[in-house]
Design a protein around this ligand. Structure first.
Ligand SMILES: [Fe+2]
Length: 230
């Protein structure tokens, strides 16, 4: 403990407003990060596979976005959107989420609400307005046949177009209790087949260039066998 002799002047204390603002900004940032991690953990609890899937998806999405020249603040929003894109599924009954057979029309209509549920929650974060929009539109289709708004081409936010490609590809190669994940070659074929209809071709090309060299380790993690020699 510091000792001061009687009569010594008090030490100068720095009350710089700039430093105080910076400190508060850092505190808000830490709080945001903690809340996002907490929400991601809740996704893990709901369905472990989804949590793992979201983490891998976020890593790929960030790299595709960087390659496509996305600015720094949008990147932050994209990372959150990729991690929490299916957070709205918390509002969908387990009986539908875990149904091993085909959904009825009514069940599918309810499932299609999850982007709006996610948008409704994430838009409450003051700095994550773009993330909430990326989440809202992550099931739009490049040809306008997706949901919830039927947006097409560049009307769909770029972050949503990126999440859509990587989310779909990861879902294709991941095994589920009721089906085995697709081999790499078949997943790639389906991705290119839907390039220009469901997916933004520019995003598909950029993603394939980044992800292809890493597929062997990804396939090992998903437990799916690859038929490709890398
Ligand atoms: Fe989704």
């Amino acid at each position: 403990m510091e000792t001061r002799l009687y009569g010594d002047p008090m030490p100068a204390v720095c009350f710089s407003p700039q430093l105080r603002v910076k400190e508060l900004e850092e505190q808000v940032d830490t709080m945001h990060t903690a809340l996002i991690c907490a929400l991601n953990q809740l996704l893990d609890l709901k369905d472990l596979n989804t949590g793992f899937h979201s983490t891998r998806l976020a890593e790929w999405a960030m790299r595709v976005a960087q390659e496509m020249g996305m600015d720094e603040s949008s990147l932050r929003n994209l990372e959150v959107a990729a991690l929490l894109h299916d957070i709205g599924k918390m509002g969908i009954p387990d009986a539908i989420l875990q149904k091993p057979s085909r959904l009825t029309t009514e069940e599918y209509d309810l499932m299609k609400k999850h982007p709006e549920y996610g948008w409704g929650a994430i838009r409450l974060f003051p700095t994550l307005d773009r993330a909430s929009l990326f989440i809202l539109h992550h099931h739009e289709s490049y040809d306008g046949k997706g949901y919830p708004a039927g947006l097409r081409n560049s009307e769909i936010p770029i972050g949503s177009r990126i999440v859509s490609v990587i989310d779909s590809f990861d879902a294709m190669i991941s095994s589920r209790p009721y089906r085995k994940g697709l081999p790499f070659e078949e997943a790639m074929r389906r991705l290119f087949e839907s390039s220009g209809t469901q997916f933004d071709p520019q995003v598909v090309n950029c993603f394939v260039k980044i992800a292809q060299p890493e597929m062997e380790s990804v396939f090992a993690a998903t437990g799916t066998t690859s038929t490709v020699v890398f």
